[in-house]
Design a protein around this ligand. Structure first.
Ligand code: 0JX
Ligand code: SF4
Length: 351
């Protein structure tokens, strides 16, 4: 699998670069934006599970960090819980796109739950790197945000070997056993630029630090940041659609401001936009996080059009075509498995 399509080395000039009349109001719409392959897979996994096995289907944590997605799936019969202990024995539970620590699989087995693992394959890739470097007895410096579910899941693969590094400021606190045997890994949804700052600071302290075999910050995170940077350079205001607990969505606002947007805000939907943000604004940039369905962006575009920003130009530095196959567990009869597990009968998985 090729995870990172390269941006065009020299993007063709768009009309965004052409001189504009001073009072022309317009929108620059970033592409790629919104759903990535891992989110698409995870959301479809819940929908398919509901279709195939009927409600209720339990989901541990938010399947993806988006309020609208979670509410929509709830209406279809999904029940979101915090921990496997909140799931009745003998039920089906889905693990979210952000991944889980091995102990969560063990807890689910103890509670006799049939599980569907919707962890994004690109998060699983980082888990495997952690396991491999831990096996070779490296100290692993995991760059990520404290308390984020993905970081908790990855750390759980090798808690004895992993130290969390939460940004450049945290580097001074890092201690390792052997500075000649240290590797850094990262959460998949970080700011690329800030992560490189952290890595540079780590390298100053540990010159023999080695890097992951391939980028841990995933293709979707990287592409959305490249596109929003391009939009931000020409925007007075950037609106990013996404929920507050969505790491990659929050990063897009920061990246937009860092790339020159005068102002930037994260909104869950058009209803959260403040009219005052438009004061003196000629160009509005729009993007959305990897967990955001495009219907919410369409709502923002309609809201802007009603206020004179109906002229929309797409700014697309690269194409995306990655897809992932659905979790393999959807090919099994999980209701029968769950019943067999709860009744202590034969393991339906062997049939
Ligand atoms: O908070 P994150 O950006 O990690 O998650 P979100 O918003 O659900 O995005 C998609 C899932 C990402 C997993 O790596
Ligand atoms: Fe996977 Fe990246 Fe999407 Fe996360 S943001 S689900 S790692 S593709």
């Amino acid at each position: 699998m090729t995870a990172t399509p390269s941006p065009s080395p020299d993007p063709a000039p768009t009309s965004a670069d052409a001189p504009q009349p001073a009072d022309r109001k317009r929108v620059l719409l970033a592409a790629p934006r919104g759903y990535c392959a891992g989110v698409d897979r995870a959301v479809i996994a819940v929908e398919k599970a509901l279709e195939q096995y009927g409600a209720p289907v339990y989901v541990r944590k938010e399947i993806v960090h988006n309020k609208f997605v979670v509410r929509t799936l709830e209406k279809k019969g999904a029940i979101f819980v915090e921990e496997t202990e909140d799931v009745p024995e003998g039920s089906i539970v889905i693990f979210s796109a952000h991944g889980v620590a091995p102990v969560v699989h063990e807890e689910a087995a103890t509670r006799k739950l049939a599980t569907i693992d919707a962890t994004c394959p690109l998060v699983t890739k980082v888990h495997k790197e952690a396991v491999r470097f831990a096996k070779d007895d490296y100290d692993i410096l995991l760059i990520g945000h404290e308390g984020h579910e993905e970081v908790i899941g990855t750390s759980g693969e090798a808690p004895e070997h992993i130290t969390l590094v939460d940004g450049p400021e945290d580097v001074k606190n890092v201690e390792v056993r052997d500075p000649s045997k240290v590797v850094w890994l990262s959460q998949t949804t970080l700011s690329v630029d800030e992560t490189m700052e952290t890595v540079d600071a780590l390298k100053d302290r540990f010159p023999q630090l080695i890097s992951p075999p391939s980028d841990d910050i995933c293709y979707a995170t990287q592409n959305r940041q490249i596109a929003v940077k391009q939009v931000a350079a020409d925007s007075d205001l950037v609106l990013v659609v996404g929920s507050r607990n969505s790491s990659n969505s929050v990063r897009l606002v920061e990246v937009a401001i860092g790339a020159g947007a005068r102002d930037g805000h994260l909104v869950d939907n058009a209803g959260e936009i403040d009219e005052a943000w438009l004061d003196g604004v000629r160009t509005v940039g729009v993007s959305s996080g990897a967990s955001v369905p495009d219907v919410l962006v369409e709502g923002v575009l309609d809201w802007l059009a009603e206020r004179g920003y109906g002229d929309v130009e797409i700014v697309q530095p690269m194409e995306e075509s990655i897809t992932f196959s659905l979790p393999k567990e959807l090919r099994r009869d999980l209701r029968a498995e769950a019943a067999a597990l709860a009744g202590g009968g034969t393991d339906a998985r062997s049939s």
